[in-house]
Design a protein around this ligand. Structure first.
Ligand code: ZN
Length: 490
């Protein structure tokens, strides 16, 4: 029976970091057929076909990066390869990507019944980590398609970009129909958002078994406030760079959008709302106030690693342009305070690879208005959270909830999110003592720069296992892309 071992892989000598626990345990992890079979100390090495010595490192559940954008600025087939390699480097094993019709992405409109199979076909065989998509209903046809997207395509999470009413991705815009590629008789406005919510609520009623894992995510910024303030800040010309962008998209534009979104969710009896990338004191305060006003709504509050690690004085300047903007230090500290208080549900990257040649204007690299929005960061998500979170007193167990368990449960990834028997063998080993300096040139991402450049981190992802296979080890991505599409609930 020598060739019929009990385990395929035994990860020995690690310190297990489980969510919903209050300590880290010395342990081993045994995997069979891609699933965790046993977790415990002193597992029998003779019973395993392969042994991996974890050298006393921390073993976290594979990161579920709940908010990424693959294929937004570069063609999806190439972005899927390079950016999922960056994800693997960061210990990410599940990549959840926001996708929509319209400008950028595939640069086309039309119904999801033809659009989404194309997305899946372009993704197939190109991801190094498991992946799924959140979809944004942009017109009335998409709203009608929601039940089919849930049932046939396993998409259980949807999105509204509240600021697209009069803004493009990078600034003011007057040709929204061209940008969003919706019909002349369509409007992407509050009424549309209400009907998206009604459509989703109806779909939840139709499939009660899945309803608790169906949710709506909102990018909360108010187009009208942003348009007015952008004009004022541009015309005054007193501010530049990140401070100007912060002033042009002021925090109360986030807070107002959160109030509107919450009111509509209550009006339409939609119970599961994800408030994405809260960036400021006003945004998070508004989100907490709405949770008090509407206690029957299950709100989840998201924060990105960018908003936790950067402020408007970041030395990388315009390379850190993103929506919502990077905020002053006081806002960043408020986010940390509430992360420690348990008021934020998960930390994600909002990874959107925007290559240097695209990111800033060649003639005017200092012009924040001409710079493009968004940047990558999935490769630094866990290492940065461990480094900075530990200094501030965040426990490792809580980090495992914030980067894996919480988003996995919210988004229907029931086989992910923990290191427990029966779940996928997604494990990431972290050296909690390695000091290193972030340098974009070491990243697998094709972005070519990072707004985190030069930051010193005190922990590093060393090894990533996806369903029991090593996909990243000691600085190298290993093997072929083996990521699978995660049809949800998974
Ligand atoms: Zn995003």
């Amino acid at each position: 029976m020598a060739d019929k071992k009990q385990y395929d892989l035994l990860i020995k000598n690690v310190r297990i970091v489980r969510p919903n626990a209050d300590s880290v345990q010395a342990s081993d992890i045994a995997v069979k057929d891609g699933k965790i079979m046993r977790v415990g100390p002193g597992l029998d090495t003779d019973a395993s076909a392969e042994i991996y010595d974890g050298q006393g490192r921390l073993a976290f559940p594979g990161v579920v990066d709940a908010h990424m954008h693959t294929g937004i600025y570069s063609p999806l087939p190439e972005d899927a390869i390079s950016e999922s390699r960056a994800a693997a480097m960061g210990g990410v094993t599940s990549s959840l990507n926001y996708m929509r019709t319209g400008g950028y992405y595939l640069n086309k409109g039309g119904p999801y019944r033809s659009f989404f199979p194309e997305v899946l076909a372009l993704s197939e065989g190109r991801f190094y980590v498991d992946y799924a998509y959140h979809l944004a209903p942009m017109d009335r046809t998409h709203i009608e398609e929601i039940p089919d997207l849930i049932d046939e395509f396993g998409v259980t999470s949807f999105k509204i970009f509240m600021f697209y009413g009069s803004h493009g991705l990078h600034g003011r815009s007057t040709n929204q129909h061209e940008f969003l590629m919706i019909g002349e008789d369509e409007r992407y406005d509050y009424a549309h958002f209400e009907f998206v919510m009604r459509g989703l609520q109806g779909a939840m009623q139709q499939c009660p078994a899945k309803a608790h894992q169906i949710s709506l995510s909102l990018h909360c910024e108010t187009a009208e406030i942003m348009a007015a303030y952008t004009k004022i800040v541009e015309e005054e010309g007193k501010l530049q760079g990140l401070p100007a962008y912060h002033a042009a998209r002021p925090p109360h534009s986030e807070g107002l959008a959160i109030f509107i979104a919450s009111y509509l969710a209550n009006e339409t009896e939609l119970p599961n709302i994800n408030l994405l990338h809260l960036s400021s004191r006003k945004a998070l305060t508004a989100a907490l106030q709405m949770a008090q006003v509407f206690p029957h709504i299950d709100f989840r509050r998201e924060v990105t690693i960018g908003h936790l690690m950067l402020d408007i004085d970041a030395p990388t300047g315009n390379l850190a342009k993103v929506n919502p903007p990077i905020r002053p230090r006081e806002d960043v500290e408020f986010l940390w305070e509430n992360l420690l208080n348990g008021k934020l549900d998960w930390v994600c990257s909002d990874h959107a690879c925007c290559k240097h040649e695209l990111k800033v204007d060649h003639e005017n690299p200092g012009d924040i208005w001409l710079a493009k929005s968004g940047f990558g960061g999935t490769e630094y998500l866990l290492a940065a959270l461990v480094s900075e979170g530990r200094k501030r007193g965040l426990s490792y167990n809580r980090m495992a909830e914030l980067t894996s368990f919480n988003p996995a449960r919210r988004f229907g990834l029931n086989q992910k999110g923990d290191l427990a028997a029966g779940l996928d063998g997604d494990v990431v080993l972290v050296d909690s003592n390695e000091n290193w300096i972030v340098q974009a040139e070491q990243s697998e991402s094709q972005q070519g720069y990072t707004p985190f450049e030069g930051q010193q981190l005190g922990a590093r992802v060393k090894t990533t296992f996806l369903r029991g296979r090593r996909i990243y080890d000691d600085g190298q991505v290993i093997g072929e892309p083996r990521g699978r599409y995660l049809s949800r609930p998974y």
